[in-house]
Design a protein around this ligand. Sequence first.
Ligand code: GLY
Length: 394
Amino acid sequence: MGENPLTLLFRRYAGRKKTAMSENKKNPIDYNAAIDVRARGQSSYRIFPSDSFDDLSRCMEELGSKDLRVCVVTDSNVEKLYLDDVKNVLEGSCARLTSFTIPAGEQHKTLDEIRRLYTHLIGQEFDRRDLLVALGGGVTGDMTGFAAATYLRGIRFVQIPTTLLSQVDSSIGGKTGVDFDSYKNMVGAFHQPSMVYLNVNTLQTLDETQFASGMGEVLKHGLIRDASYYEWCLDHMGEIEERQPDLLKEMVVRSILIKRAIVQKDPLEKGERALLNFGHTVGHAIEKLMDFRLAHGACVNLGIIAASYISWKRGNIPEEIFYEIRDMSVAFGLPISYDSLRVDEILETMKKDKKRIGETTRMILLKRLGSSYIDETVTDDEIRSALQFLRYEG
Ligand code: GLY
């Protein structure tokens, strides 16, 4: 395997026969249609895919915003890009509009910032009927959702995700929370949004690192659930990297449909939803050790390669599929190796993770391409060899 991954990648890419996504021909997907999320025991909501903020006021008014106070929560990066646009759209659609800015970055995903937000809401006299709006990426969405879950024992909130990661993953399914003492998402609650409004054009302003980070979660959805979606992403890597608007919308909506199918069946992660944690056991440990300097999706991708390596060594997937998973990450700007960490420190950090069960580690493995399962028998030796592979050969 001495060949440069990029050479391999381009050779395979050039020779690929494009695959059609497995779609129901009688009921083709309308990529502009609202998507309903209905999970048993949870409040249901709609996801509106869009190319602008033009329909936002109509969607908010459907939630009764005209008579309510609305607070748009954003971060210091997204504030500069989209806060004015969103406020202009919402100005006539609510009784009082206010905004609150969190400093950008995972290091601010803390209870201290939530406390500042509570103070703002109390100062603005927000009551039980009023609404929060999360405008931004995963950190903003998780924090706003957590404030909404806890303020006055729970108020409603709306997600307006502006990153690829938050559009395909974190804005859907009601996981909210903050980090605590560098433990990611250690304090949180399940609290479903009342609506998700996504303007796919916001993906055009993402830097390469953020876009790649979202691609980590996109590829994850294909790998765990839908081989044809994964293959489609590989076949369209050129157009995806160019961020062709229609293609991005198709990619985002397909990804959302995969996530919706999982969270509808298992909203509170009692079982199957854990499949969405593919790549996260190793990924979270790397993310923590890197002090959150490496983007979440990039860390998850390293975890995906590690879990795929174990899946290959257990005979679940063939060698060439494993190497394809590794090599294709390069095309999407995702890392395939790390060099500044030691294998043992990653393993030690994983052992402190919430997903540890006794002496073995709970990991999501591939059964085959597009199908995954929860495994509670992965040994330290298996993880060590995967981490060693990533360090020395990845
Ligand atoms: N991001 C994983 C989940 O929503 O369960």
